[in-house]
Design a binder for this molecule. Structure first.
Ligand code: NAD
Length: 494
């Protein structure tokens, strides 16, 4: 067994920071071996990190867009030089397959950095002008200030990038807390940012628990904006903590994506799309296809086809390039997923494939297909966050759209059809931050990722996410040089 690495508690003011909190071991969920040990941060460390971010914010926020862009370009280049190391770290603390890390996490994250290096120089707004006739009005987009950010364990590297990079492009400084189960790549990102020339204190990281460090960040009076990615339940707690100081929040929360297969769909495409969309990252993806809602004429063939393709998915050692799907993130999480599947079967769902925990070390769980799932079943309504697809049948198009929207969540959805009008209707009527037509999962830096309903509000990625990290100021300058203005008559007439 390799000796676990000894990690710092965080990265503050451009250097490793050692906290005095309890010792924590990061495990490899594919082997159960320890990967790293570190001392967790506490609320006192949050004060130090916020002070560092505050001290650095003014100079970074007043650097020219070109200067900020140049640092981000250099950062992208440094990340490119470290892709192998970052991918190996990402695999070691998540159990995800190396193919997912090298073909999805790393290229997507680096593309995001490249994209925001350009966006940093493209702030847009309303034209300055004499809207009142007596004044020149202009709009200033200014950095929101110090950002406190909290990220989840499912895509540690990508979620950190989605939070940090638009903040940096906007001129904010940041204190980021990754999930304590998966801190390796976030610590590396901060160290590599310093290597790329990001000024000290602009990007700080602290590893700690949600109860201690997450709540201290979200309730910190020195934080100007709290951005959070994680579960809906915790997101609401974060919003409550931030509300005590009246701090602005951005929340990227859970999902329960419908996957609607209309009666004219390309069945082969829908089958392959459903397997890829439900099993990506072993289903630990907020946009994963979790509820397939299928037309009666295609139902049996869809279920049989998905079962066949799922059976071909190779589950195992995530470091092996031949592996399709690695492990889940922890034993506790696997117990949660398995419990939901067991209860679904007990409640009458048909287990078509999977559903049995393998023996041996690691938190593996097989691709699992449940058919004939009732609309009121827990597995149909609640987030599973595992490699599980629940299938049910709709009656007609109205019923399909109704079922797609019959969820508290609204993060992502897909519709499968060859009919232009059906596709347009799905895009218009399904309530979600993103509706894919004849695909499920692809994301791109230029387009936003965000939710509605219990999936949160605000956006990651795209120029829309830059807006999350800016404030808008109106500067209105009198151009008449007249002492008594016409509008003064509303206050005094003498
Ligand atoms: P989680 O909500 O349990 O934890 C997320 C983060 O919040 C972690 O860093 C955790 O330590 C911290 N936290 C826990 N309690 C806290 C508290 N009281 N105050 C402040 N912070 C606290 O989520 P998770 O299990 O790590 O991630 C899975 C969830 O994230 C799923 O619900 C998934 O849908 C969601 N997610 C959403 C998106 C999106 O873009 N909408 C992306 C990825 C994941």
């Amino acid at each position: 067994m390799p000796t676990p690495a000894s990690l710092p508690t965080g990265w503050i003011d451009g250097a490793a920071h050692k906290g005095a909190g309890p010792q924590h071991t990061v495990l490899n969920p594919a082997t159960d071996d320890p990967v790293a040990t570190l001392a967790l941060a506490d609320a006192g460390d949050v004060d130090i990190a916020v002070a560092s971010a505050r001290a650095a914010q003014h100079d970074w926020g007043t650097a020219t867009p070109a200067e900020r862009s140049e640092v981000l370009h250099r950062y992208a280049a440094v990340l490119r030089d470290h892709v192998d190391e970052l991918a190996a770290e990402e695999v070691s603390h998540t159990g995800r397959s190396i193919r997912l890390a090298t073909e999805f996490d790393l290229p997507g994250s680096i593309d995001n950095v490249d994209f925001f290096a350009g966006v940093a120089r493209n702030l847009e707004g309303k034209a300055s002008g004499e809207y009142s006739g007596d004044h020149t009005s202009s709009i200033r987009h200014e950095p929101a200030g110090v950002v406190g950010s909290i990220s989840p364990w499912n895509y540690p590297l990508q979620m950190a990038i989605w939070k940090v990079i638009p903040a940096l492009a906007a001129g904010c400084s940041i204190v980021l807390k990754p999930a304590e189960q998966t801190p390796l790549t976030t610590l590396s990102l901060a160290r590599l940012a310093t290597e790329a020339g990001l000024p000290d204190g602009v990007f700080n990281v602290l590893v700690g628990t949600g109860a201690d460090v997450g709540s201290a960040i979200s309730g910190h009076p020195g934080v100007d904006l709290v951005t959070f990615t994680g579960s809906t339940a915790v997101g609401r707690k974060v919003a409550e903590q931030a509300a005590k100081n009246g701090t602005r929040v951005q929340l990227e929360l859970g999902g329960k994506a419908p996957f609607v297969v209309f009666d004219d769909a390309d069945l082969d495409a829908a089958i392959h799309g459903a397997v890829a969309g439900s099993l990506i990252n072993a289903g630990q993806d907020c946009t994963a296809a979790t509820r397939a809602i299928v037309a009666p004429n295609l139902y049996d063939d869809f279920v049989a086809g998905v079962a066949e393709v799922m059976a071909s998915v190779k589950v195992g050692d995530p470091t092996d390039l031949a592996t399709d799907m690695g492990s889940l993130s922890s034993h506790a999480h696997r117990d949660k997923v398995a419990g939901m599947v067991d209860r679904a079967v007990a409640a009458g769902a048909r287990l078509v494939t999977g559903g049995v925990r393998p023996d041996g070390p690691g938190c593996f769980y097989p691709p699992t297909l449940l058919a004939d799932v009732a609309e009121d079943a827990e597995i149909y309504r609640d987030e599973v966050f595992g490699p599980v697809l629940a299938v049910s049948k709709f009656t007609d198009d109205d019923d399909a759209i109704r079922r797609a929207n019959d969820t508290v969540y609204g993060l992502a959805a897909s519709a499968w059809t060859r009919d232009l009008y059906r596709a347009q209707r799905a895009g218009r009527e399904i309530k979600a931050g993103c509706v894919w037509i004849n695909d499920h999962i692809p994301i791109i830096s230029e387009m936003p990722h965000g939710g509605v309903k219990a999936s949160g509000f605000g956006n990651d990625m795209s120029t829309y996410s830059l807006d999350e990290y800016l404030t808008i100021k109106h500067v209105m300058s009198d151009i008449t040089a007249v002492a008594q203005k016409p509008w003064h008559r509303t206050v005094f007439s003498g």
